[in-house]
Design a protein around this ligand. Structure first.
Ligand code: ISJ
Length: 96
């Protein structure tokens, strides 16, 4: 008789690994946002770019829809990612 909880352990290990990959990707995204903040600061441009944020949100909605996920969840994820990026950008920009 096989132990069904062994599957649970393996599946949760997969989830933990995937979460670590997500955290790595978020850290990479934040790094790029810092670089964008430097460019915007040098160019005298505002930190917040609402047009770009709308494009990012719509991109996430499409990416989610293409994967059979709820596009509204994609938009919510975009909002979260943008908040994380802007928190760091404000720190770099000396506004925090
Ligand atoms: C990274 C940028 O800065 C901000 C953060 C964004 C993001 O995290 O995608 C998008 C627009 C900006 O409000 C950018 O301008 O591209």
């Amino acid at each position: 008789m096989t132990d069904p909880t062994a599957d649970l352990t393996d599946l949760r290990a997969d989830i933990d690994r995937i979460d670590a990959e997500i955290a790595d990707l978020i850290a990479e995204r934040v790094e790029r946002a810092e670089a964008v903040a430097d460019v915007k600061s040098s160019a005298g441009r505002a930190l917040v770019d609402e047009d770009r944020e709308a494009t990012v949100a719509s991109h996430h909605a499409t990416l989610f829809a293409e994967r059979g996920l709820d596009p509204d969840d994609g938009r919510a994820l975009a909002e979260f990612l943008i908040d994380v990026a802007l928190d760091r950008e404000r720190t770099v920009d000396g506004e925090a």
